[in-house]
Design a protein. Structure first.
Length: 495
């Protein structure tokens, strides 16, 4: 990866590599700044395999610090600047970084005048078992777990993304997702390795759609990527119409299930934009599939995941751990191949629970917890999380499909379904955004005309918006808390 960036610095030194609202670096300047910081980190005691925590916002500084860490064959650990100090402390204690880079000490570390830090830019310099980064999962139900991604897995994921999306020197990328979320790496690193240009805007500012639209227009953006929840945020903006006359060519959606209705609504304004659906848990490095969305998919309402990258394998199993080979039969997805994580940092027991070696001879497989099926063409189709498909009164209900049904009601602009503790039973709360001043009773009557009683939500809550987490996913915890409800984890029960 560093070798590719260094080659762009040699052949196109003055091409813009990365810019934020404060400064811009060419490829030559980016390599120079990364080299200087790598020298300073080495002087601070950072050596091969050490962790370097990055408590930095989305910025040019983050990019420089990440590359400097990789230069030393060390492991960068992104931290969320918006997380509570207590959570940041839990992560720092767990990964025990040699250095924590923040906005206070970045300038001092970047001030080194040295041009050539120890180590080579050639990828062969890195031992295959050396880690690249650690991403900490949300930890909403307990202590955050650090997902350690190795150099080969990182390199394979970046190369596959470049190939699938045809990213190149002319690409101008807007980074939307926060850099402590690995989905952002699908825009950041493939662009740099291809000689393209990165544009960064403050994460908080991007929660206002006008910031996104103006950045796309003013910076000549051709590529960006974000979650389907963020797309819904953009769809509700009056400035959406500006997308009809921009240079934007490509959007990659990931992190959640994509909605055909949302894509159709976006294409109604900007039909020139190609949209890819990408899939990949954090434990399988950024994304393991990329599928171009077609009008036919939108028409049928089924946005497929496509097929795994070269070097990645998919296996479906039923609840008895038996392989599911038949098309159109739902099973839990297990992933194998060269994009798997090394493991959970400092948690061998947890690692052994999800990295299985007893299911397919000669393969290590990651248990995703996702229910999918393979269609007749060989493409895989996401159904839901195994723990978000419930069985109530003998009826199996996908909370995603239920939300889609509610979004199709007249006057409803957004909807999401979440499970809650309904007097000791598993209840379904529907949170609905509507422009029509309907009451919950009116919506329930409309819903009853669409669904059988066994699938009706137990609560319908009208909200002004569906809040997002700092990784642009639906903030279910906040929805439940604001409504005075207590969450209850559902369990998948096979029929």
């Amino acid at each position: 990866m560093l070798a590719a960036i260094a080659e762009h610095a040699r052949t196109a030194p003055h091409r813009s590599a990365v810019k934020d609202t404060e400064r811009e670096l060419t490829y030559d300047q980016l390599i120079t700044h990364a080299a200087r910081m790598a020298t300073a980190l080495a002087a601070s005691g950072v050596t091969e395999g050490d962790r370097v925590a990055l408590l930095l916002p989305n910025s040019v500084d983050f990019v420089v610090a990440a590359l400097a860490t990789l230069w030393l064959d060390a492991i960068f650990v992104p931290l969320s600047v918006s997380d509570p100090v207590a959570r940041q402390g839990v992560i720092v204690r767990d990964c025990a970084p040699t250095v924590v880079i923040n906005t206070d000490n970045f300038g001092e570390l970047a001030a080194s005048e040295a041009q050539h830090p120890p180590g080579s830019l050639h990828p062969a310099h890195s031992h295959p078992n050396i880690g690249a980064y650690i991403i900490y999962t949300s930890g909403t139900t307990g202590t955050p777990n650090g997902v350690l991604i190795g150099r080969p897995a990182f390199a394979a994921a970046v190369a596959d993304t470049v190939d699938a999306l045809s990213i190149g020197p002319e690409t101008r990328t807007l980074c939307v997702s926060p850099f402590h979320f690995d989905g952002s790496f699908g825009t950041l690193f493939p662009t740099l390795c291809s000689g393209g240009s990165i544009v960064i805007r403050p994460r908080d500012a991007l929660l206002f759609p006008r910031t996104f639209f103006r950045a796309v227009a003013n910076e000549g953006i051709t590529y960006t990527g974000f979650s389907p929840s963020y797309l819904r945020l953009l769809l509700n903006s009056p400035e959406l119409s500006t997308m009809s006359d921009t240079s934007l060519e490509l959007i990659a959606l990931g992190g959640e299930a994509s909605s055909a209705a949302d894509i159709e609504a976006f294409w109604a304004v900007a039909p020139q934009v190609t949209i890819f659906n990408r899939y990949g848990p954090t434990e399988s490095t950024i994304a393991v599939t990329h599928k171009r969305v077609t009008p036919e998919m939108v028409k049928t309402g089924t946005i497929t995941m496509g097929q795994p990258h070269d070097g990645v394998t998919f296996h479906l199993f039923d609840e008895s751990s038996q392989l599911v080979d038949e098309p159109d039969t739902v099973g839990e997805l297990f992933i194998g191949g060269d994009q798997l994580m090394t493991g959970y940092w400092g948690s061998p027991d947890l690692t052994s629970e999800v990295l299985r070696t007893d299911l397919v001879d000669g393969e290590t497989l990651y248990r995703t917890g996702d229910l999918v099926y393979r269609d007749a063409s060989g493409d895989y189709v996401y159904v839901d999380r195994a723990d978000r498909v419930i069985n109530r009164s003998g009826v199996r209900i996908s909370l995603i499909e239920l939300g889609d049904t509610l979004r199709n009601l007249n006057g409803v602009s957004a909807a999401a379904c979440v499970t809650f503790d309904n007097e000791g039973q598993l209840g379904i709360a529907a949170f609905i955004v509507t422009d029509d001043p309907q009451s919950s009773l009116d919506l329930r009557q409309s819903t009853r005309r669409q669904l059988p009683d066994t699938m009706l939500p137990d609560r319908i809550v009208l909200v002004e918006e569906l809040p997002l987490t700092n990784s642009s996913k639906l903030d279910e915890r906040r929805l439940l808390t604001d409504a005075g409800l207590v969450g209850l984890s559902p369990h998948f029960v096979a029929e």
